[in-house]
Design a protein around this ligand. Sequence first.
Ligand SMILES: *Cc1c(COP(=O)(O)O)cnc(C)c1O
Length: 415
Amino acid sequence: MAPVTREECAKRDAEDPLAAFRGEFRLPEGVIYLDGNSLGALPAAVPGRVADLIEREWGEGLIASWNDAGWWDKPRELGAMLAPLLGAAGDEVVVGDGVSANIFKTLVAGLRLNPGRSVLLGEDGNFPTDLYITQGAAEITGAEERRAPARPDALEEALAGGDVAVLLLSHVDYRTGELRDMAAITELAHRHGALVVWDLCHSAGAVPVDLDGCGADFAVGCTYKYLNAGPGAPGFVYAARRHQPHLRQPLSGWHGHARPFDFEPDYRPADGASRLLSGSQPLVADAALEASLRVWSRVDMEQLRTKSLALTDLFITIAAPGGTGPGGLRLVTPAEPERRGSQVSLAHPDGYPIVQALIARGVIGDFRAPDVLRFGFTPLYLGYTEVFDAATALVEVVESGEWRDPRHSRRSQVT
Ligand SMILES: *Cc1c(COP(=O)(O)O)cnc(C)c1O
């Protein structure tokens, strides 16, 4: 590959059709932020929108805002705003609760939609909450939890027994950044009679997603990573329209009831994806998501994907050309663009202090045990020159050994 220069990167920044979005985010001076896959940056419109909710809708509107400010319908309204990013129809997505709770709801709903089958199949190495919630759902329902590697051949083997009710998979692996073929795996699962729950935590806002086009059954995801809605922002959940009339979820709260203000003594599910709601939602956090989704409504996901791949390619070319970098850094993320999310992961036994030394230089990535250095690439607020500088800083940190300074080895609670 031809050597990359900083001048070439500056030229690409000047020609970047997404460059104007940078002005819609607030980032501290001197920071190159490669951790938007863990907590997205602050959209400039969020503080104003949140203040408006607090001061006007709550402070002045008080209880009337449930009607006048559309609070009651906010989970549906935000779901409809999010749907185009997911390849879903507006009535197939609702925003509410967190990823963990929504995994539980969809796994149990899937089990009930697939009677006669009793296995919940997960993937080795998935994000811990996906594994733990599957265990919890199995315990409570009497289902059996199994795991397989997320490779098509291994999944096929695990599905072939004909007893898998639901398969739960991450669309993009949080640790390696590997992007799975949603269409092919969904088809494979369906061929073996299983339903699929896709976890979109690392793909919503990171890559184009086409849930309807892939024939997906269910999906869950968060809004605080690539979707930039802030710490602890609510999750979302998708149910394909064909499943909605028969779907019964276990957290059958009043927000998912057909006639909540009739205060009936017994549960009757609402129509559509609304039945996946449970109780009252954090409307202050919803306001932040709303402001962020207004930015997203103007984003062309194909343009975003093109830039994302160009940024990850650039980073790999400098930090780990051919799959290896200085000091034994090893590329973990697939080199093939079609198998890559918007992330680059590198492995190194001293990954933790290397990431800390980089952070001390203003380049923010993160570390995932046991040895993975993770860098997220968010095309809306990252430029080519920044990525060039970040990759160059990584090479310098490793080659100079500055990460060996003992202060970089002190562990914080969150890595
Ligand atoms: C971030 C992430 C989660 C987070 O779950 P919460 O309930 O929001 O804490 C779950 N699954 C995956 C794959 C993730 O990347």
